[in-house]
Write a protein that binds this ligand. Sequence first.
Ligand code: ZN
Length: 196
Amino acid sequence: MQASPNADQRFVAYDPCRPVHFVVRPDNAIPGGDTLIREAVAAASAASGLQFVDDGTTTEAPTDNRPVFQPDRYGKRWAPLLIAWSTPAESPRLAGNVAGDGGSGYAQVTGQPLVLVAGQVRLDAPDLAGILASRPDGAAQVRAVIMHELGHVLGLGHVNDPGQLMHAENMGLVDYAAGDRAGLALLGTGPCAPQL
Ligand SMILES: [Zn+2]
């Protein structure tokens, strides 16, 4: 899901005045995967300045058009960020060599800026299990995939520079680079949205 800023809005971001809650769906998790998620979340938090809060596990399955408000499951608040180990069978967008996808839905009070409110990361468990098992730095490579998808969740798109983690294809990087960090830092400075 891509948000379209108003003409006077330079970027669309999460409300930095409240934490980004997240849940993990552990089905299909690869060995050590939960630790890699937590390390990636910590890296995204440090780079953006946004606080993340772990709301535990969920049984919610990822979907192409995930509702941003699910009161029956999560109460009367925006749904937490869903991080799910998935498969191409469950998530056809992960077919081929796509290791993951990520993004956020947005909300808006009329006349106010768009604000990101609820995201989703889908991780291709079979692909990432293969990376983990076949490369000496496999764990770091998997963590980098999660960090890339969290970059999308927080509002970053792809860049042409292969020296950045937000390049469409990871060229072996295992951490955010300077451009990634500049973008994430900016995305930590969005407007507060107490009405949402
Ligand atoms: Zn991407």
